[in-house]
Design a protein. Structure first.
Length: 354
Protein backbone atom coordinates (compact mmCIF):
# COMPACT_ATOMS: atom_id res chain seq x y z
CA UNK A 1 0.00 0.00 0.00
CA UNK A 2 1.40 3.38 -1.04
CA UNK A 3 1.56 6.01 1.69
CA UNK A 4 0.97 9.63 0.78
CA UNK A 5 2.59 12.58 2.50
CA UNK A 6 0.30 15.56 2.01
CA UNK A 7 2.87 18.04 3.32
CA UNK A 8 5.48 16.86 0.81
CA UNK A 9 2.89 17.04 -1.97
CA UNK A 10 2.10 20.65 -1.07
CA UNK A 11 5.81 21.53 -1.02
CA UNK A 12 6.38 19.93 -4.42
CA UNK A 13 3.33 21.69 -5.82
CA UNK A 14 4.56 25.03 -4.50
CA UNK A 15 7.91 24.43 -6.19
CA UNK A 16 6.13 23.79 -9.50
CA UNK A 17 4.13 27.01 -9.12
CA UNK A 18 7.24 29.01 -8.26
CA UNK A 19 9.07 27.59 -11.27
CA UNK A 20 6.17 28.54 -13.54
CA UNK A 21 6.00 32.06 -12.09
CA UNK A 22 9.74 32.44 -12.53
CA UNK A 23 9.19 31.66 -16.20
CA UNK A 24 6.37 34.21 -16.38
CA UNK A 25 8.56 36.80 -14.65
CA UNK A 26 11.22 36.33 -17.31
CA UNK A 27 8.57 36.67 -20.01
CA UNK A 28 7.22 39.90 -18.50
CA UNK A 29 10.58 41.42 -17.50
CA UNK A 30 10.59 43.87 -20.47
CA UNK A 31 7.44 45.49 -19.03
CA UNK A 32 9.38 46.83 -16.06
CA UNK A 33 8.70 47.32 -12.34
CA UNK A 34 4.90 47.38 -12.55
CA UNK A 35 4.99 43.86 -14.01
CA UNK A 36 7.25 42.90 -11.10
CA UNK A 37 4.61 44.17 -8.68
CA UNK A 38 1.94 42.13 -10.44
CA UNK A 39 4.13 39.02 -10.27
CA UNK A 40 4.84 39.61 -6.59
CA UNK A 41 1.12 39.67 -5.85
CA UNK A 42 0.63 36.55 -7.98
CA UNK A 43 3.25 34.75 -5.90
CA UNK A 44 1.45 35.77 -2.72
CA UNK A 45 -1.87 34.53 -4.10
CA UNK A 46 -0.56 31.05 -4.90
CA UNK A 47 1.27 30.59 -1.60
CA UNK A 48 -0.26 28.48 1.16
CA UNK A 49 -3.71 26.96 1.27
CA UNK A 50 -4.84 23.38 1.65
CA UNK A 51 -4.33 22.45 -2.03
CA UNK A 52 -7.46 20.29 -2.03
CA UNK A 53 -8.14 20.80 -5.75
CA UNK A 54 -4.64 19.79 -6.75
CA UNK A 55 -4.79 16.77 -4.43
CA UNK A 56 -8.10 15.57 -5.84
CA UNK A 57 -6.72 15.99 -9.36
CA UNK A 58 -3.64 13.96 -8.47
CA UNK A 59 -5.62 11.14 -6.88
CA UNK A 60 -8.20 11.23 -9.65
CA UNK A 61 -5.29 10.30 -11.90
CA UNK A 62 -4.00 7.67 -9.48
CA UNK A 63 -7.51 6.21 -9.16
CA UNK A 64 -7.19 5.07 -12.78
CA UNK A 65 -3.45 4.54 -13.08
CA UNK A 66 -1.35 2.38 -10.77
CA UNK A 67 1.77 4.34 -11.75
CA UNK A 68 2.66 7.90 -12.70
CA UNK A 69 4.94 7.86 -15.76
CA UNK A 70 5.92 11.53 -15.34
CA UNK A 71 5.46 12.87 -11.81
CA UNK A 72 6.50 16.44 -12.66
CA UNK A 73 4.12 16.61 -15.61
CA UNK A 74 1.23 15.45 -13.40
CA UNK A 75 2.19 17.99 -10.73
CA UNK A 76 2.11 20.75 -13.35
CA UNK A 77 -1.38 19.66 -14.38
CA UNK A 78 -2.48 19.70 -10.74
CA UNK A 79 -0.88 23.12 -10.22
CA UNK A 80 -3.03 24.51 -13.02
CA UNK A 81 -6.04 24.05 -10.74
CA UNK A 82 -4.32 26.08 -8.04
CA UNK A 83 -3.82 28.94 -10.50
CA UNK A 84 -7.50 28.71 -11.37
CA UNK A 85 -8.37 28.76 -7.68
CA UNK A 86 -6.13 31.78 -7.06
CA UNK A 87 -7.88 33.59 -9.91
CA UNK A 88 -11.29 32.83 -8.44
CA UNK A 89 -10.25 34.01 -4.97
CA UNK A 90 -8.83 37.30 -6.25
CA UNK A 91 -12.07 38.08 -8.09
CA UNK A 92 -14.26 36.71 -5.30
CA UNK A 93 -12.60 38.89 -2.66
CA UNK A 94 -13.17 41.99 -4.75
CA UNK A 95 -16.82 41.11 -5.45
CA UNK A 96 -17.39 40.41 -1.76
CA UNK A 97 -15.46 43.53 -0.65
CA UNK A 98 -13.33 41.29 1.58
CA UNK A 99 -10.43 42.93 3.36
CA UNK A 100 -8.31 39.84 3.98
CA UNK A 101 -7.42 36.46 2.54
CA UNK A 102 -5.39 33.87 4.46
CA UNK A 103 -4.45 36.47 7.03
CA UNK A 104 -3.07 39.05 4.58
CA UNK A 105 -4.72 41.92 2.68
CA UNK A 106 -6.92 40.81 -0.21
CA UNK A 107 -5.41 41.66 -3.59
CA UNK A 108 -7.61 44.69 -4.28
CA UNK A 109 -6.81 46.04 -0.80
CA UNK A 110 -3.08 45.48 -1.30
CA UNK A 111 -3.04 47.42 -4.58
CA UNK A 112 -5.29 50.08 -3.07
CA UNK A 113 -2.85 50.52 -0.18
CA UNK A 114 0.10 50.88 -2.57
CA UNK A 115 -1.72 53.61 -4.49
CA UNK A 116 -2.61 55.45 -1.31
CA UNK A 117 0.86 55.13 0.24
CA UNK A 118 2.59 56.41 -2.89
CA UNK A 119 0.16 59.31 -3.27
CA UNK A 120 -0.79 58.55 -6.86
CA UNK A 121 -3.59 60.31 -8.75
CA UNK A 122 -7.13 59.07 -8.91
CA UNK A 123 -9.16 56.84 -6.64
CA UNK A 124 -7.10 54.27 -4.69
CA UNK A 125 -10.08 51.90 -4.46
CA UNK A 126 -10.62 52.01 -8.21
CA UNK A 127 -6.94 51.27 -8.78
CA UNK A 128 -7.15 48.34 -6.39
CA UNK A 129 -10.19 47.01 -8.23
CA UNK A 130 -8.43 47.30 -11.59
CA UNK A 131 -5.36 45.50 -10.26
CA UNK A 132 -7.43 42.65 -8.83
CA UNK A 133 -9.46 42.18 -12.01
CA UNK A 134 -6.34 42.12 -14.16
CA UNK A 135 -4.40 39.78 -11.88
CA UNK A 136 -7.37 37.42 -11.67
CA UNK A 137 -7.61 37.40 -15.45
CA UNK A 138 -3.89 36.75 -15.77
CA UNK A 139 -4.02 33.84 -13.32
CA UNK A 140 -6.98 32.41 -15.23
CA UNK A 141 -5.03 32.61 -18.49
CA UNK A 142 -1.98 31.02 -16.89
CA UNK A 143 -4.04 28.14 -15.49
CA UNK A 144 -4.98 27.05 -19.01
CA UNK A 145 -1.43 27.52 -20.26
CA UNK A 146 0.06 25.40 -17.49
CA UNK A 147 -2.37 22.54 -18.07
CA UNK A 148 -1.99 22.71 -21.84
CA UNK A 149 1.77 22.36 -21.71
CA UNK A 150 2.10 20.25 -18.57
CA UNK A 151 3.99 17.57 -20.48
CA UNK A 152 1.55 14.65 -20.36
CA UNK A 153 0.49 12.98 -23.66
CA UNK A 154 -1.23 15.50 -25.92
CA UNK A 155 -4.35 13.39 -26.55
CA UNK A 156 -4.92 13.04 -22.80
CA UNK A 157 -4.29 16.75 -22.22
CA UNK A 158 -6.73 17.67 -24.99
CA UNK A 159 -9.43 15.54 -23.37
CA UNK A 160 -8.70 17.04 -19.95
CA UNK A 161 -8.89 20.55 -21.41
CA UNK A 162 -12.51 19.83 -22.27
CA UNK A 163 -13.24 19.08 -18.62
CA UNK A 164 -11.25 22.14 -17.58
CA UNK A 165 -13.32 24.31 -19.94
CA UNK A 166 -16.50 22.96 -18.35
CA UNK A 167 -15.11 23.54 -14.86
CA UNK A 168 -14.31 27.19 -15.59
CA UNK A 169 -17.71 27.81 -17.18
CA UNK A 170 -19.48 26.30 -14.19
CA UNK A 171 -17.57 28.18 -11.51
CA UNK A 172 -17.81 31.57 -13.24
CA UNK A 173 -21.53 31.20 -13.91
CA UNK A 174 -22.00 29.87 -10.39
CA UNK A 175 -20.34 33.02 -9.10
CA UNK A 176 -22.80 35.13 -11.11
CA UNK A 177 -25.68 33.14 -9.64
CA UNK A 178 -24.22 33.89 -6.21
CA UNK A 179 -23.98 37.66 -6.66
CA UNK A 180 -27.47 37.68 -8.19
CA UNK A 181 -28.92 35.83 -5.19
CA UNK A 182 -27.27 38.34 -2.86
CA UNK A 183 -28.53 41.27 -4.95
CA UNK A 184 -32.12 40.04 -4.87
CA UNK A 185 -31.88 39.58 -1.12
CA UNK A 186 -33.94 36.40 -1.17
CA UNK A 187 -32.70 33.43 0.83
CA UNK A 188 -34.11 30.43 -1.00
CA UNK A 189 -32.65 27.06 0.04
CA UNK A 190 -32.88 25.59 -3.46
CA UNK A 191 -31.17 28.61 -5.01
CA UNK A 192 -28.49 28.53 -2.33
CA UNK A 193 -27.85 24.83 -3.02
CA UNK A 194 -27.53 25.50 -6.76
CA UNK A 195 -24.95 28.20 -6.06
CA UNK A 196 -23.12 25.88 -3.67
CA UNK A 197 -23.06 23.04 -6.21
CA UNK A 198 -21.77 25.03 -9.16
CA UNK A 199 -19.65 27.68 -7.50
CA UNK A 200 -17.90 25.29 -5.15
CA UNK A 201 -18.80 21.58 -5.00
CA UNK A 202 -18.12 20.69 -8.62
CA UNK A 203 -15.20 23.05 -8.96
CA UNK A 204 -13.51 22.02 -5.71
CA UNK A 205 -13.72 18.23 -5.91
CA UNK A 206 -15.72 16.65 -8.74
CA UNK A 207 -14.06 18.42 -11.68
CA UNK A 208 -10.50 18.15 -10.31
CA UNK A 209 -11.11 14.39 -9.94
CA UNK A 210 -12.40 14.29 -13.52
CA UNK A 211 -9.41 16.21 -14.88
CA UNK A 212 -6.97 13.87 -13.18
CA UNK A 213 -8.85 10.75 -14.23
CA UNK A 214 -9.16 11.99 -17.82
CA UNK A 215 -5.40 12.55 -17.91
CA UNK A 216 -5.06 8.90 -16.86
CA UNK A 217 -7.39 7.74 -19.65
CA UNK A 218 -10.52 6.98 -17.60
CA UNK A 219 -13.75 6.28 -19.50
CA UNK A 220 -17.22 7.73 -18.91
CA UNK A 221 -18.11 5.00 -16.40
CA UNK A 222 -14.98 5.78 -14.38
CA UNK A 223 -15.82 9.48 -14.33
CA UNK A 224 -19.37 8.71 -13.20
CA UNK A 225 -18.06 6.69 -10.27
CA UNK A 226 -15.83 9.58 -9.25
CA UNK A 227 -18.83 11.93 -9.48
CA UNK A 228 -20.78 9.70 -7.11
CA UNK A 229 -17.96 10.13 -4.61
CA UNK A 230 -16.90 13.69 -5.41
CA UNK A 231 -20.12 15.66 -5.81
CA UNK A 232 -21.69 14.90 -2.40
CA UNK A 233 -18.27 15.37 -0.84
CA UNK A 234 -17.93 18.75 -2.55
CA UNK A 235 -21.33 19.79 -1.22
CA UNK A 236 -20.33 18.71 2.29
CA UNK A 237 -17.04 20.59 1.90
CA UNK A 238 -18.82 23.85 1.06
CA UNK A 239 -21.44 23.41 3.78
CA UNK A 240 -18.55 23.06 6.24
CA UNK A 241 -17.08 26.25 4.78
CA UNK A 242 -20.43 28.00 5.29
CA UNK A 243 -20.40 27.01 8.95
CA UNK A 244 -16.84 28.29 9.30
CA UNK A 245 -17.90 31.54 7.64
CA UNK A 246 -20.31 32.18 10.53
CA UNK A 247 -18.90 30.32 13.51
CA UNK A 248 -15.24 29.83 12.58
CA UNK A 249 -12.25 31.29 14.35
CA UNK A 250 -10.19 33.85 12.42
CA UNK A 251 -7.03 31.82 13.06
CA UNK A 252 -8.63 28.85 11.28
CA UNK A 253 -10.24 30.72 8.39
CA UNK A 254 -7.82 33.61 7.80
CA UNK A 255 -10.84 35.93 7.80
CA UNK A 256 -12.65 37.82 10.59
CA UNK A 257 -15.25 35.87 12.56
CA UNK A 258 -18.69 36.05 10.96
CA UNK A 259 -17.28 37.33 7.67
CA UNK A 260 -19.99 35.62 5.61
CA UNK A 261 -22.63 37.56 7.53
CA UNK A 262 -20.80 40.85 7.06
CA UNK A 263 -20.54 40.10 3.33
CA UNK A 264 -24.29 39.35 3.24
CA UNK A 265 -23.94 35.80 1.91
CA UNK A 266 -27.27 34.03 1.73
CA UNK A 267 -25.89 30.55 2.12
CA UNK A 268 -27.83 27.36 2.75
CA UNK A 269 -27.14 27.87 6.46
CA UNK A 270 -28.60 31.37 6.42
CA UNK A 271 -31.56 30.33 4.26
CA UNK A 272 -32.44 27.54 6.69
CA UNK A 273 -32.16 29.91 9.66
CA UNK A 274 -34.42 32.50 8.03
CA UNK A 275 -37.00 29.80 7.33
CA UNK A 276 -36.97 28.38 10.86
CA UNK A 277 -36.27 31.30 13.22
CA UNK A 278 -39.14 33.17 14.93
CA UNK A 279 -40.26 36.18 12.83
CA UNK A 280 -38.55 38.80 14.99
CA UNK A 281 -35.23 36.96 15.01
CA UNK A 282 -35.46 36.17 11.28
CA UNK A 283 -36.06 39.86 10.58
CA UNK A 284 -32.99 40.79 12.65
CA UNK A 285 -30.85 38.33 10.74
CA UNK A 286 -32.23 39.44 7.38
CA UNK A 287 -31.65 43.16 7.90
CA UNK A 288 -28.22 42.61 9.44
CA UNK A 289 -26.82 40.68 6.48
CA UNK A 290 -24.28 42.69 4.53
CA UNK A 291 -23.65 45.29 7.25
CA UNK A 292 -20.81 45.83 9.74
CA UNK A 293 -21.28 43.75 12.89
CA UNK A 294 -19.97 44.60 16.32
CA UNK A 295 -19.09 41.62 18.56
CA UNK A 296 -22.39 41.78 20.43
CA UNK A 297 -24.53 41.75 17.28
CA UNK A 298 -22.41 39.00 15.75
CA UNK A 299 -22.91 36.88 18.86
CA UNK A 300 -26.66 37.52 18.69
CA UNK A 301 -26.86 36.47 15.03
CA UNK A 302 -24.85 33.34 15.77
CA UNK A 303 -27.30 32.55 18.56
CA UNK A 304 -30.27 33.07 16.19
CA UNK A 305 -28.79 30.67 13.65
CA UNK A 306 -27.92 28.14 16.32
CA UNK A 307 -31.30 28.23 18.09
CA UNK A 308 -33.20 28.06 14.79
CA UNK A 309 -31.81 24.56 14.34
CA UNK A 310 -30.04 25.53 11.10
CA UNK A 311 -26.59 24.84 12.55
CA UNK A 312 -27.54 21.33 13.63
CA UNK A 313 -29.42 20.70 10.38
CA UNK A 314 -26.38 21.60 8.27
CA UNK A 315 -24.20 19.33 10.40
CA UNK A 316 -26.68 16.52 9.80
CA UNK A 317 -26.68 17.14 6.04
CA UNK A 318 -22.87 17.10 6.03
CA UNK A 319 -22.89 13.72 7.78
CA UNK A 320 -25.38 12.31 5.26
CA UNK A 321 -23.43 13.60 2.27
CA UNK A 322 -20.16 12.21 3.61
CA UNK A 323 -21.83 8.83 4.18
CA UNK A 324 -23.08 8.81 0.58
CA UNK A 325 -19.65 9.78 -0.69
CA UNK A 326 -17.95 7.12 1.43
CA UNK A 327 -20.24 4.37 0.11
CA UNK A 328 -19.67 5.46 -3.48
CA UNK A 329 -15.92 5.35 -2.95
CA UNK A 330 -16.14 1.87 -1.44
CA UNK A 331 -18.11 0.65 -4.47
CA UNK A 332 -15.95 2.37 -7.12
CA UNK A 333 -13.62 0.44 -9.42
CA UNK A 334 -10.44 2.37 -8.55
CA UNK A 335 -6.88 1.56 -7.54
CA UNK A 336 -6.71 0.56 -3.87
CA UNK A 337 -3.97 3.07 -3.03
CA UNK A 338 -6.15 5.84 -4.40
CA UNK A 339 -9.21 4.60 -2.52
CA UNK A 340 -7.34 4.87 0.78
CA UNK A 341 -6.02 8.38 0.12
CA UNK A 342 -9.34 9.65 -1.24
CA UNK A 343 -10.93 8.51 2.03
CA UNK A 344 -8.31 10.53 3.92
CA UNK A 345 -8.95 13.57 1.76
CA UNK A 346 -12.70 13.28 2.35
CA UNK A 347 -12.12 13.45 6.10
CA UNK A 348 -9.70 16.38 5.77
CA UNK A 349 -12.14 18.34 3.61
CA UNK A 350 -15.13 17.96 5.92
CA UNK A 351 -13.82 17.51 9.48
CA UNK A 352 -12.51 21.07 9.85
CA UNK A 353 -13.48 22.46 13.24
CA UNK A 354 -16.16 25.12 13.58
Amino acid sequence: MTTWDGATFRQELQAVLEEFLDEMAERLAPLGPDADRLLAEARACVSGGKRFRAAFCYWGFRAHSATVPDEQALLRACAALELLHASALVHDDYMDASDTRRGRPATHRAFEAEHRTDGWRGDPAQYGAAGAILLGDLLLSWSEELLRRCGLPLDRVAAAMGVFDLCRSEVITGQFLDVSVQARGVADVDAAMTVLRYKSAKYSIERPLHIGATLAGADAAGLAELSAYGLPLGEAFQLRDDLLGVFGDAVTTGKPAGDDLVEGKRTVLVALALDAAPPEQAALLDRSLGSPLDPALLAELQRVIDESGAHAQVESVIDALVARSTKALADADVEEDARAVLAELAAAATDRVV
